[in-house]
Ligand binder design. Sequence first.
Ligand SMILES: Cc1cc2nc3c(=O)[nH]c(=O)nc-3n(C[C@H](O)[C@H](O)[C@H](O)COP(=O)(O)OP(=O)(O)OC[C@H]3O[C@@H](n4cnc5c(N)ncnc54)[C@H](O)[C@@H]3O)c2cc1C
Length: 415
Amino acid sequence: MSRTRVAVVGGGIIGTAVARQLTRSLDHAEVSLFEKEDRLAAHQTGHNSGVVHAGLYYEPGSLKAKLCTRGGQLIRQFAQQHHVPYDECGKIVVALDEPQSKRLEALHARSVANGVPGVRIIGPDEIGEIEPHSRGVRALHSPRTAIVDYVALTNALADEFRGAGGAIWLKHAATRIEEGDRAVRLSVGDRTEEFDLVITCAGLQSDRVARAAGEQADPRIVPFVGDYFLLAPAKTHLVRGLIYPVPDPRYPFLGIHATRRIDGAVMLGPNVFLSMGREAYEPWQPNLRDLRDAVGFAGFWRFASRNLPAALRESRTALSSRSFVSEVRKYVPDIRAADVDRGPRGIRAQAMDARGRLVDEFAISGTDRVVHVRNAPSPGATSAMAIAEHIVTAALTRAGIGPSTGRTGESRQSP
Ligand SMILES: Cc1cc2nc3c(=O)[nH]c(=O)nc-3n(C[C@H](O)[C@H](O)[C@H](O)COP(=O)(O)OP(=O)(O)OC[C@H]3O[C@@H](n4cnc5c(N)ncnc54)[C@H](O)[C@@H]3O)c2cc1C
């Protein structure tokens, strides 16, 4: 009997978790993971805030809410078992005035509906006990929100995948996917091979990879860049854990926050602005193809016209470190512009539909033999291992490939 052959495209945390999940679910399969860069986690997974979200923000019952909660539990369990640096440092979402305080109550109700453990509203005294340098009229405290090293986590998932017989092909970009009656032909570099199932998790390139398989163009990926600043080592005591503003419902992203990293550094950010390229980490090296795709997309202009005030506000923080820091000083007033240096930047793969609406939910599409993760924005890293369980179970059923008994998921663990 010939072995089942499965390919995964994209070696970020989601593709790596999917590849590992396949080896847990199939006993005699040959699973290959193709990544175009020379290392795993080279893009979003290696350029994010490092937060293991607890599920405060997401619509109860949504895929995001379910997979974030389950994904957080799986990370905790996996990190403990595999000695991946992980710290439940806790998070506060700080309200500065009465209108924000009202929105905090709605966030609290949503967190409770999502089963976030230990979440509660606290007053100024308790804010001071948890984060002595933060100020606010009230805050939402989530004691179990955590931080992790997502690159180390991805590499540990990859080690387990390799240990189970999986193969990782770095510097192998998938260029074409053709579904036939009995197999899927995948072209990677100058090789074309046949697989029983192909799952693509291509992050910032997810729409292009899906199109290479004959899928429709929309939703498109519009790349949004976010800059971080780093607090000077002598000032990291100003932030113990994670300090976030109350998200403004008029704007699509969470706002500039202060996050402690697993290595002890404190990052401020990210702001949000249209990126000059999907992988353009240097500010003055635009990618013309990416720019052309973004500005040639009618949805982008519809989005831009609706979000002009936010764009103007964010452009201030993009151009001036003083403006950037003044956003953080609203809830950590002791941080000064002189205390920060420019840090890393990250580029978010955000799917947008033709009407210019951001796709909020995780989006997975495809056929019985080719599955595409088309939108996995934050909390995509938190949710990765749960997204993997979800996709692999559904894909194997649809493709008629039987999972082996017993190892389809990790043990369930109460939060
Ligand atoms: C600034 C920022 C902050 C964030 N903060 C958080 C956070 O704190 N917590 C959280 O849970 N989430 C956060 N996120 C979201 C999170 O990082 C993403 O949801 C997650 O990393 C997505 O993983 P991925 O594997 O889909 O994408 P990526 O990590 O982008 O991986 C996709 C991979 O596919 C590869 N690829 C693309 N095309 C091809 C091809 N043709 N052939 C082969 N390989 C290909 C790429 O090279 C890349 O390695 C943040 C994101 C950003 C950008």
